[in-house]
Design a protein around this ligand. Structure first.
Ligand SMILES: C[S@@+](CC[C@H](N)C(=O)[O-])C[C@H]1O[C@@H](n2cnc3c(N)ncnc32)[C@H](O)[C@@H]1O
Length: 261
């Protein structure tokens, strides 16, 4: 574990980035994260599968965007702790000149950010410590790295679920996408109580009493509303496990990729 260089890390309450890392089999977590993580697994046994399916979706979506769609700029908001196949690694394997800006507001992600800054020489990666609740600040912070005159893939995987007010979540997406030119993309995943995820209600209630930040699930209609005004690519809004993949089982996490016309 990297020592806390920021003085902001709390080890008395479970944090999402660290528990997500625990479910993915990582080592960057504390006893409090593992205890809460295990209790969530007891209530909602497929959560580990959700986390792995979400990362696999990230891999397929970025592969499509950097490859077929020719996107060269990525803004990954709610990055999480470094793991296998981070966005810049997937993108730069296909397009070494790809530029990636990571954004997260968790102090532990900041202390590990160096592991995300291993850019190919032709490309660039940067890390911004910022809050998704302030999208206009994110847009300003990325300008030195991303050319907002050229398409950007805005990635928000498993993060809008931490913006509890649906109108605010919509407005965050609108602000970000309004700053991006035609040909930009929005990549989203979000937990739901649909798709067989009904059992997640109890686990989310437990999470909200024992961990941070608080979370909410959303319906298909709410998820679709985040994509308003964009062209949703095939196969549409599906379980992220099944997005351009013949998955044996679905997970209760919507996934979609949409293009700004
Ligand atoms: C479930 S993890 C997802 C990580 C990664 N995107 C993935 O799909 O594997 C959510 C991440 O969002 C971050 N996050 C939560 N609320 C945030 C906010 N308001 N601003 C920025 N990041 C936030 C957390 O710190 C965490 O790293």
């Amino acid at each position: 574990m990297t020592p806390d260089s920021t003085g902001r890390i709390r080890t008395d309450i479970a944090h999402n980035a660290r528990v997500w890392n625990y479910w993915l089999g990582g080592k960057d977590n504390y006893p409090v994260d593992r205890a809460v993580g295990d209790q969530v697994v007891a209530m909602y046994p497929s959560i580990g599968e959700v986390a792995r399916a979400d990362r696999a979706f990230l891999g397929r979506a970025v592969t499509y965007l950097a490859g077929e769609a020719g996107v060269r700029q990525f803004l990954d908001i709610g990055t999480g702790l470094p793991t296998a196949d981070n966005t810049h690694e997937v993108a730069q394997r296909i397009a070494p000149d790809a530029r990636v800006v990571y954004v997260d507001n968790d102090p532990i992600v900041l202390t590990h950010a160096r592991a995300l800054l291993t850019s190919s020489p032709e490309g660039r990666t940067e890390y911004v410590d910022a809050d998704a609740h302030r999208p206009e600040l994110i847009v300003e912070a990325v300008r030195p790295v991303l050319d907002l005159g050229r398409p950007v893939a805005v990635m928000m995987l498993g993060i809008l679920n931490f913006v509890l007010d649906t109108d605010e979540a919509r407005s965050i997406v609108r602000t970000l996408m309004a700053a991006m030119p035609s040909g930009s993309h929005l990549v989203l995943t979000h937990p739901t109580l649909e798709l067989g995820g009904e059992g997640n209600a109890e686990a989310m209630e437990f999470w909200n009493k024992n961990a941070t930040p608080p979370i909410t699930a959303r319906s298909r209609a709410e998820f679709a509303s985040f994509l308003d005004g964009l062209e949703i690519l095939e196969p549409g809004i599906v379980s992220c496990a099944s997005w351009r993949f013949a998955a044996a089982t679905e997970v209760a996490q919507f996934g979609a990729v949409a293009r700004k016309p």
